[in-house]
Write a protein that binds this ligand. Structure first.
Ligand code: NCD
Length: 309
């Protein structure tokens, strides 16, 4: 039996290197299959999504992924038009969604929301972002992108810049990178350093340095992972304004980087990467979004097929 069958995907911490590599191999298989063979993978299966926070890529890539493997999706992406407005609980909404679908994809403002949903649902739950805590499918997409672009993960020097306090993609990426032998440089304003309650957990998994200066290691990096300042998660606007626009990756900074440094971003971008960078060979954030469709198709295929595909 395929070990991912009917399994929840709540935290990237639940995946070891061998499992990640299996997912990457299945993703490569998805990419290589012709469209009609691809459509057999989840024929007749339904994905149900519940998005309590805005999303463009994650929801669309799940939709596109499911369609590409022959399944369909239904769900709620604007919670204000759902019965949540009438007071329906998350538990009841999840329970109902489990009746109508074979797998549930949940994005919610609260840490722990996906784990809670997995307890309620008898269908597998995929965490598509839980508060500031985690975004495991984004990390799988990010690790796959690194592997595709650099042909390896071990031995790389990876810079992660921006909002390291509230950015959930950062936490999932760090935990995921903990399966590999990498050197990580964390770059953020002092007030947006990684949360102290997670430092111990991250230190157990990998070596990292912290800095406020993006130029400090810029010429050594193989990958620069840029994140936006998470305005909506700040307790007050004043604090946000102090750090807004702290780092801008433009052509001048690019000149100081290794010629083949890969620039990534989970998107959406606000102002942290100048549009001129988009046309350079280093910019891989749109490719990264494309890989998100394939990694999610692979995860759905593995979750919904007892014997894999
Ligand atoms: C990220 C998220 O939702 O955490 N977006 C995404 O899924 N690609 C990043 C962000 O919102 O900054």
């Amino acid at each position: 039996m395929n070990e991912f069958y009917q399994k929840d995907i709540i935290s990237i911490k639940d995946f070891n290197q061998e499992q990640l590599e299996k997912i990457f191999a299945s993703t490569n298989k998805i990419i290589s299959l012709n469209p009609s063979n691809r459509r057999e993978i989840c024929q007749g299966k339904t994905l149900g999504y519940l998005f309590y926070e805005p999303s463009t890529r994650t929801r669309l890539s799940f939709d596109a992924a499911m369609a590409s493997i022959g399944g369909n999706s239904l769900g709620i992406s604007d919670i204000s038009s759902s019965s949540t407005q009438k007071g329906e609980s998350l538990a009841d909404t999840v329970e109902i969604m489990s009746i109508y679908s074979d797998v549930l994809v949940l994005r919610h403002t609260l840490d722990g929301s996906s784990r809670f949903a997995a307890e309620v649902s008898d269908k597998p739950v995929i965490n598509a972002g839980s508060g500031t805590e985690e975004h495991p499918t984004q990390a799988i997409q990010d690790l796959f992108t690194i592997k595709k672009e650099k042909k390896k993960i071990d031995g790389l020097k990876i810079g992660i810049v921006g909002d390291l306090k509230y950015g959930r993609t950062v936490y999932s990426l760090l935990y995921g990178l903990g399966n590999y032998d990498v050197a990580v440089h964390l770059i953020s304003p002092e007030s947006l350093r990684i949360r102290s309650d997670s430092v111990y957990e991250i230190k157990k998994r990998l070596d990292f340095t912290e800095s406020t200066n993006i130029e400090e290691y810029i010429d050594e990096l193989d990958v620069l992972y840029v994140t936006r300042i998470q305005k909506e998660r700040f307790p007050d606007e004043e604090e946000y304004l102090k750090v807004k626009g702290s780092y801008i990756v433009g052509l001048d900074l690019l000149k100081k980087m290794k010629d083949d440094c890969t620039i990534m971003h989970p998107l959406p971008r606000i102002d942290e990467i100048s549009p001129e960078v988009d046309k350079t060979k280093n910019a891989k954030y749109f490719k990264q979004a494309e890989y998100g469709k394939y990694t999610r198709a692979s995860l759905l295929g593995l979750t919904l097929n007892e014997n894999g595909f």
